[in-house]
Write a protein that binds this ligand. Structure first.
Ligand code: TLP
Length: 351
């Protein structure tokens, strides 16, 4: 029997989804006013939707259980089976949503390989289908900001503006998976509405860096949200006294948004120090926010055994492909935890 460290001493860097509600957040949950949200009666959900719609500069917003459901509702609301979605090859929708765009909406996905998660207007333009009965109809361009698999990278606003213009000229909808758009805002100082203005619709997640236990919000115009509400019901995402959860989302936006800068500083420190260790390669220029991706192919070690060794020392991380490991900084890891984690990495890579 191995002696694993006590749970409390574990430094969990697997994702920013692992955070637990603080006492203050739980108090907000405790006090939440509720009603049946399928009837539109939950005042706390309505308040959250209004806050997010306002922040994003959109007409309406819709609270949904997860980022995956937000993405899938958006795709379904904007397409017919057989339509095509242009997206980046490493995007969450293409890699981590269990094939649901095809399974639930009958969509064909057209992936384009980007650089640090960024695809250009020219790359997209080359893939837009001409009107022809043989082709699927190009319908949506979907971007991700920040880009998870590229390591939390920021999609430059100028390129987004060019892509938006292209989308309008070709009668396509531009959609943003903004699960971590909050991080892009804090890293650049560009407010949410300035990003969102370039998209037909946007989703943001409350249960990543912001630290709420559950929930995402989808935003757009009245017609889109009306359709999205129907699809949410179809997908089983219509929830009842869900102000209980929305209250945590409101608390998260009000209290945990500005502090994301701390996660970015921790990620930078971690990336710089880890890149000095033998056999670890990190693209330091891609460390824009709270995520660090380590390439260990030159260490002579394999990913599963590094993960196991780190786990035995009380540090949790996830595999990110055959030779890579992802490390994510968040609300529940302090600078001190980061320094302790660095010591453990040192023991694994320099022993
Ligand atoms: N990402 C998770 C895993 O699914 C990989 C993580 O740990 O990072 N969009 C983006 C950009 C995401 O990173 C995620 C979650 C989602 C959507 C989906 O959110 P949930 O998990 O709420 O369905």
């Amino acid at each position: 029997m191995r002696n694993y460290p006590e749970r409390s001493s574990v430094i969990d860097l697997r994702s920013d989804t692992v955070t637990k509600p603080s006492l203050a957040m739980r108090e907000a949950i405790f006090k939440a006013e509720v009603g049946d949200d399928v009837f539109g009666d939950d005042p706390t959900v309505v308040k959250l939707e209004m806050i997010i719609a306002d922040l994003l500069g959109k007409e309406y917003a819709l609270f949904v259980p997860s980022g995956t459901m937000a993405n899938q509702i958006a795709l379904r609301s904007l397409t017919q089976p057989g339509d095509e979605v242009i997206l980046e090859k490493d995007s969450h929708i293409f890699n981590y949503e269990a094939g649901s765009a095809s399974a639930l909406s009958g969509l064909q996905l057209l992936p384009i390989k980007g650089k640090r998660g960024v695809i250009t207007k020219e790359q997209i333009e080359a893939e837009i289908r001409p009107e022809d009965i043989h082709h699927p109809r190009s319908k949506i361009i979907s971007l991700e900001n920040t880009h998870n698999r590229a390591g939390g990278t920021i999609f430059p606003l100028d390129e987004i503006k060019r892509i938006f213009k292209l989308a309008k000229e070709n009668n396509l909808k531009l959609y943003l998976d903004g699960a971590r758009l909050w991080n892009a805002v804090i890293a650049t100082g560009i407010p949410l509405h300035k990003w969102a203005k370039n998209f037909h619709s946007v989703s943001v997640c409350l249960s990543k860096g912001l630290g709420a236990p559950i929930g995402s919000v989808l935003a757009g115009d009245e017609e889109f949200i009306k359709k999205a509400r129907r699809i949410r019901k179809m997908y089983g995402g219509g929830m009842r006294q869900v102000g209980i959860i929305a209250s945590a989302g409101i608390y998260a936006v009000e209290n945990n948004f500005n502090r994301l800068i701390e996660d970015h500083r921790n990620a930078k420190l971690l990336a710089e120090r880890l890149s000095e260790l033998k056999g670890i390669k990190i693209d330091l220029e891609s460390v824009h926010t709270n995520i660090v991706v380590l390439d260990i192919s030159e260490s002579g070690k394999d990913v599963p055994s590094v993960i196991k060794e780190l786990k035995e020392k009380g540090v949790l991380v996830v595999p990110f492909g055959k030779t890579k490991i992802r490390v994510v900084c968040h609300l529940d890891v302090t600078r001190d935890d980061i320094l302790r984690a660095l010591e453990k990495f040192k023991e694994v890579f320099e022993s």
